[in-house]
Design a protein around this ligand. Structure first.
Ligand SMILES: [Zn+2]
Length: 271
């Protein structure tokens, strides 16, 4: 079993000094103390009033859906890119790690030191329970409790690309693997609920401070065979709250749906 936080990695959100583990807490030299929860994560959100990310229903739906293996081809493609770009001994941050579905796969490569952060305490707790990586913190990607220039790679799967923070924590030459939905991601789901489904707009590829190294498309199809499975997928997407009553009614009448998921895996390197 891995002891989380064995090596100092996270820094104190109050004074930015390294946090070292002492029994069931993390402590900085100014004695700011952060307790490690029973499930194994530590809450490093500076302001507890901050938005807490995905709610319990969304976390549960996403876990159910991901554990079905539907996105496994994408997860494996990201892991393969990590093996290409990240040297042995490399430090990886899974930013917006959620319940740890991806984190767990990346941590299988024991040559890497893998950490996770998520703003949702529920998601971070589920990730920490997997005991797959070296430390999980509840934190915002916009205010990472991580020292400057200490990270070799960041995986950012369907999470906000926080340019300034990513540039700050990455070493020169460090990479970000950014996974975004492609134009026709989950097209059949959209077609089932909207009269006129629109393709996703893809942001411009260039990001200041980074060189774009490559884009790898991944497409995978799967069949949802129960209404619950359809609802779980729907709950994971932004459409759930954007869809009106008619859309939800249409969806509730479906008991099977074949869906195509399409992603772009973009690799950026810090200059
Ligand atoms: Zn401190």
């Amino acid at each position: 079993m891995m002891t989380p936080f064995e090596t100092p990695f996270f820094v104190c959100p109050i004074c930015q000094r390294p946090l070292a583990r002492q029994e069931n807490s993390l402590l900085c030299e100014n004695r700011h103390t952060f307790d490690i929860a029973k499930s194994g994560q530590v809450n490093l959100l500076r302001a507890f009033g901050q938005k807490h990310g995905d709610n319990a229903d969304m976390v549960k739906a996403r876990r159910n859906f991901l554990e079905s293996g539907a996105y496994d081809p994408m997860r494996r493609a990201v892991a393969a890119l990590l093996s290409t770009y990240l040297a042995d001994g490399g430090i990886l941050l899974d930013s917006g790690c959620g319940e740890g579905y991806y984190t767990e796969e990346f941590a299988k490569n024991q040559a890497f030191s893998v950490y996770g952060i998520d703003i949702s305490p529920k998601a971070a707790a589920l990730c920490a329970k997997k005991n797959c990586c070296r430390g999980v913190a509840v934190a915002s990607a916009y205010e990472l409790p991580i020292a400057d220039g200490t990270v070799d790679a960041i995986t950012n799967i369907f999470s906000p690309f926080c340019r300034e923070e990513f540039l700050r924590i990455l070493k020169t030459g460090g990479i970000v693997i950014d996974v975004i939905p492609a134009e026709r991601h989950l097209w059949e789901l959209k077609a089932a609920i909207y009269d006129t489904p629109y393709e996703n707009k893809i942001k411009p590829i260039g990001i200041e401070g980074f060189v774009h190294r490559e884009t790898r498309p991944v497409t995978t199809s799967f069949t949802l065979t129960t209404h619950d499975e359809i609802r779980d997928l729907m709950l994971m997407t932004p459409y759930f709250y954007r869809t009106g009553k008619t859309g939800h009614e249409k969806l509730s009448q479906l008991s099977t749906l074949q869906v195509t998921a399409s992603f772009y895996l973009l690799v950026y390197q810090k200059i």
